[in-house]
Write a protein that binds this ligand. Structure first.
Ligand code: PGA
Length: 249
């Protein structure tokens, strides 16, 4: 049985005060909800959010890290720095990183290696664009992204990853994939993982992301291979985020 993981991707949102308030509210309710909870604020909010989470079980994650280990790469944040900031998880290869900042599959693969080397759990994002879906290419796109990001990992490294399927057309649009559409891709991802290594393939958690809300979460989580969610907009409202988490129990 895979324990659900409910992750909030706060993106470029929040002030020190609002992020702290949100984290405090999530932390206060966390002990009553039997799932793994995670919040991913921007880098400079990691420390105040970590303080607000206190001794609760809510984990902290970053939204990105550098493919470089160190050196003359102004503006980057290394995997070691992310780990030393108290993060257990890091989102890698989000479609906004790929689309807005030109991250290629090879960059995503390098970042996954950096994360694992610092004992961070990478949440590796994959997903097709609307054009690719319309052309019936979603499984081919996702499998290419998995090959590149995870294909070189041994079974121990693979077991330490989380994969998030986020169809680009569903992110921030209010148009979630249907539970059946999401499950079809998740089943293919599970098959890909098991093909790599049966043990790890069965335990790696597969999150769905893209317009997850309290009113569609339960039907998504009822699917066999959907083990949680990566949530953008709805994670900025504590009541909505917690309602989604409760739907996973
Ligand atoms: P959304 O974003 O829930 O606002 O669609 C999901 C994500 O980008 O991770």
């Amino acid at each position: 049985m895979r324990r659900p993981l409910i992750a909030g991707n706060w993106k470029l949102n929040g002030s020190r005060d609002s992020a702290t308030a949100l984290a405090t509210e999530v932390a206060a309710a966390s002990s009553e909800i039997d799932v793994d909870l995670l919040v991913c604020p921007s880098f400079t909010l990691l420390a105040p959010v970590q303080a607000a989470l206190g001794s609760s079980c809510v984990a902290l994650g970053a939204q990105n890290l550098s493919a470089h280990e160190s050196g003359a790469v102004t503006g980057e944040v290394s995997a070691q720095m992310v780990a030393e900031s108290g993060c257990r998880y890091v989102i890698i290869g989000h479609s906004e990183r790929r689309g807005l900042f030109g991250e290629r599959d090879s960059d995503v693969a390098a970042k996954v290696q950096r994360a694992l080397a610092q004992s961070l759990v990478p949440i590796v994002c994959v997903g097709e664009s609307l054009d690719e879906r319309d052309a019936g290419q979603e499984l081919a796109v996702v499998s290419r992204q998995l090959d590149s990001a995870l294909g070189a990992l041994d079974s121990t490294a693979l077991a330490n990853c989380v994969v998030a399927y986020e169809p680009v057309w569903a992110i921030g649009t209010g148009r979630s994939a249907s539970p059946e559409q999401a499950q079809a891709v998740h089943a293919a991802m599970r098959e890909w993982l098991i093909g790599r290594e049966a043990g790890a393939g069965n335990t790696v958690r597969l999150l769905y992301g893209g317009s997850v809300k309290p009113d569609n979460a339960r039907a998504l989580f009822a699917q066999r291979d959907i083990d949680g969610a990566l949530i953008g907009g709805a994670s900025l409202d504590a009541a909505d985020f917690l309602a989604i988490a409760r739907a996973a129990v």
